[in-house]
Design a protein around this ligand. Structure first.
Ligand code: PLI
Length: 463
């Protein structure tokens, strides 16, 4: 039987015009931005693939739910509706909203880490690691080795390597570990999922040592979709059920609601641990606001509750992940080097192989992101040596194995014709790759430097 096209399970009700720019305009813009795509003005961007964070198109149901927002300072009806949605969808006993994900990470790190304790993670994420380190914790990488090899087709590159966990426990003892921070669809590995089998194995191992799992469940639904598609025994199982099964294996989670949850702002901390929830409610008041709004307006809580329900609709999540796969197929058919298999939220170009003539200290991924913008007005993001930051002790760069450019697809925003424009630009750049020159960093903030660092062209420096 012929396969039939499956279109997006929604139609477009409102549009936002895009501005196309000339090459001269883009040259001026990227220079002014210090060759950092984070510093571009969005009006100078044609197709914005900087991030899938907070860039979602909300549904008519979400917009109308916002009208019901209860803006009471305390005990708002909107909070209780959101709490009910969280319990139904993620299944945790307590929920504390925050203004975005990193605020939930802040609370978790401050409460759960004693200085000098380790926090194993299946690869670091920038804000998560920053909060762990600010609390005196030590990040420990326990992702499988396949995750560091862009060419490996291993379908579960987000898996935890239990042998690495065991090695840490053997060396430092379980009391030196605060908790396991496990991330579905690992962002820095290319949006790569873990399998349910691996998660069960990790949970059983953690149980033996009394170590809790606190998920960074930011992209858990995308991971659940991969489990449905790839893992034996899950074909046809609704993603909503798979998500609940995953979450049952943890003690709690932090979430940036700006991704899976289909809203433009928000986050939360959820847990079954009464003492942790109590402490988090004490601390959230200091940093975010009352525990029933956590830095959000009542209308934001309403949009989030509705977004949570929409994110687990099977037709939606299939269309979302398959659009990312479509862009990946177009690039891979043209031989453009990228992380394989394609992840859940983005296609990651392999800048080391795209620009093999540049050393890592010449910032190949930063260079490629700037070149892509110059070519077509497409904005992408560096995920390599700049994002990895510096070792606080030695002052040297962390040098991650992966030097990537992330083409991140916002949810329900662009069509596949936009994906074609992106693919054509990447393919053309690849054909002329040897003409692309490296960069040198001329300004660097102390933490999370990738957001605001500035660069100059190497050639411009030489002359
Ligand atoms: O941007 P926040 O503070 O809502 O969330 C921080 C955050 C936590 N975990 C993970 C896995 C993330 O991807 C994340 C934020 N990611 C951004 C902004 C991104 O562009 O990927």
């Amino acid at each position: 039987m012929r396969t039939r096209t499956v279109a997006e399970p929604y139609k477009i009700k409102m549009v936002e015009p895009l501005r196309m720019t000339t090459r001269e305009e883009r040259e001026r813009a990227i220079r002014e931005a210090g060759f950092n795509t984070f510093l571009l003005r969005s009006e100078d961007v044609y197709i914005d693939l900087l991030t899938d964070s907070g860039t979602t198109a909300m549904s008519d149901a979400q917009w109308s739910a916002m009208m019901r927002g209860d803006e009471a300072y305390a005990g708002a009806r909107s909070f209780y509706r959101l709490e009910a949605a969280q319990k139904e969808i993620y299944g945790f006993k307590h929920m504390i909203p925050t203004h975005q994900g990193r605020a939930a990470e802040h609370l978790t790190s401050q409460i759960r880490i004693k200085p000098g304790q380790y926090v194993p993670m299946n690869m670091y994420f920038t804000t998560t690691r920053a909060h762990v380190e600010r609390a005196g914790g030590i990040f420990y990488d326990c992702i499988v080795d396949e995750a560091k090899d862009p060419w490996s087709d291993f379908p579960w590159k987000g898996n935890v390597d239990v042998a690495k966990l065991q090695k840490l426990v053997d060396q430092v003892g379980p009391e030196s570990i605060a908790y396991l921070s496990i991330s579905p669809c690992v962002n820095m590995a290319g949006g790569q999922p873990f399998s349910m089998a691996n998660l069960r194995e990790v949970a059983a191992w953690a149980d033996r040592y009394g170590l809790p799992i606190i998920f960074d469940a930011t992209r858990a639904v995308e991971n659940a979709y991969f489990i449905q598609q790839r893992e034996e025994g899950y074909a046809g199982v609704p993603v909503a059920r798979i998500l609940r099964e995953m979450m049952r294996l943890g003690e709690g989670c932090t979430v940036s609601s700006k991704k899976d949850n289909l809203v433009n702002i928000g986050g939360f901390l959820a847990t079954n641990n009464d003492a942790f929830a109590l402490k988090a409610k004490e601390l959230v008041v200091v940093f975010e606001g009352m525990p029933t709004y956590g830095g959000l307006a009542g209308r934001d809580l309403e949009a989030l509750a509705q977004g949570m329900r929409e994110m687990v609709e099977d037709a939606y999540i299939a269309s979302r992940v398959e659009q990312v796969a479509y862009l990946g197929r177009r690039l891979s058919e043209a031989g453009v080097p990228m992380v394989r298999p394609v992840g859940g939220h983005a296609v990651f170009l392999d800048a080391k192989r795209f620009l093999p003539h540049l050393a890592q200290d010449q910032f190949p991924a930063q260079t490629l992101a700037a070149a892509l913008y110059l070519d077509s007005g497409v904005r992408a993001m560096e995920r390599g040596i700049v994002s990895a930051g510096r070792n606080h002790k030695t002052g040297d760069h962390h040098r991650p194995e992966l030097e990537l450019v992330r083409l991140t697809i916002p949810r329900r925003v662009y069509t596949n014709l936009h994906m074609d424009v992106v693919a054509e630009s990447c393919i053309e750049l690849f054909e002329h790759r040897e003409t692309i020159k490296g960069l040198r960093m001329v300004y660097e903030p102390e933490s999370l430097r990738f957001f605001q660092a500035r660069f100059e062209e190497l050639e411009a420096v030489a002359c």
